[in-house]
Design a protein around this ligand. Structure first.
Ligand SMILES: [Zn+2]
Length: 164
């Protein structure tokens, strides 16, 4: 059973990553076209537009997935630092990081029929859930440290992609 003191790790990993994923869309190739009030306003500089990645169909969602986990993990660390100061010392960052990543993975737990998977790959904007989890988490040094992934593990590639 999940100890109450660790429940926040789960919340940041699951719903925190979803919320920050959606916020991240506000700064992608479509979201950039709207200002802070939701009005059509091309507020990015040309330099930012040229530097921003665009291209493949799932790219926006892949970036939002990576950014969502990254920002939510930073929020968890900020929350932990405040809690550590105010209330109690955490026993283990490793356990808490594992819970965070596990919660993210479980939030994408699914089982597709072959037909649904084919349709998703053919026309979907989101990558199959297996890749939304493994692809994203393999980009986090904190993940490979929390689960002691070897340098040869597919979940711990030498080149990690970080945008946010
Ligand atoms: Zn999205």
């Amino acid at each position: 059973m999940l100890h109450q003191a660790h429940f926040h790790c789960y919340q940041f990993g699951a719903i925190g990553s979803v919320i920050t994923h959606e916020i991240g869309h506000g700064f992608d190739v479509e979201g950039r076209k709207y200002d802070k009030s939701g009005n059509w306003n091309l507020w990015w500089t040309n330099k930012s537009i040229e530097a921003f990645l665009d291209g493949k169909r799932t790219l926006r969602e892949n970036i939002a997935d990576n950014g969502g986990v990254s920002i939510s993990l930073k929020a968890l660390k900020s929350y932990q630092a405040k809690k550590r100061r105010d209330e109690y010392a955490f026993k283990s960052n490793t356990v808490e990081d594992r819970l965070f990543f596990l919660a993210y993975a479980q939030s994408h737990c699914s089982k597709d029929t072959p037909e649904a998977l084919y349709e998703r790959i053919r026309s979907g904007f989101h990558s199959p859930d297996k890749y939304r989890v493994n692809g994203v988490l393999s980009n986090f040094k904190q993940f490979s440290e929390a689960f002691s992934c070897s340098a040869k593990s597919a979940m711990n590639p030498p080149n990690k992609c970080t945008i946010w």
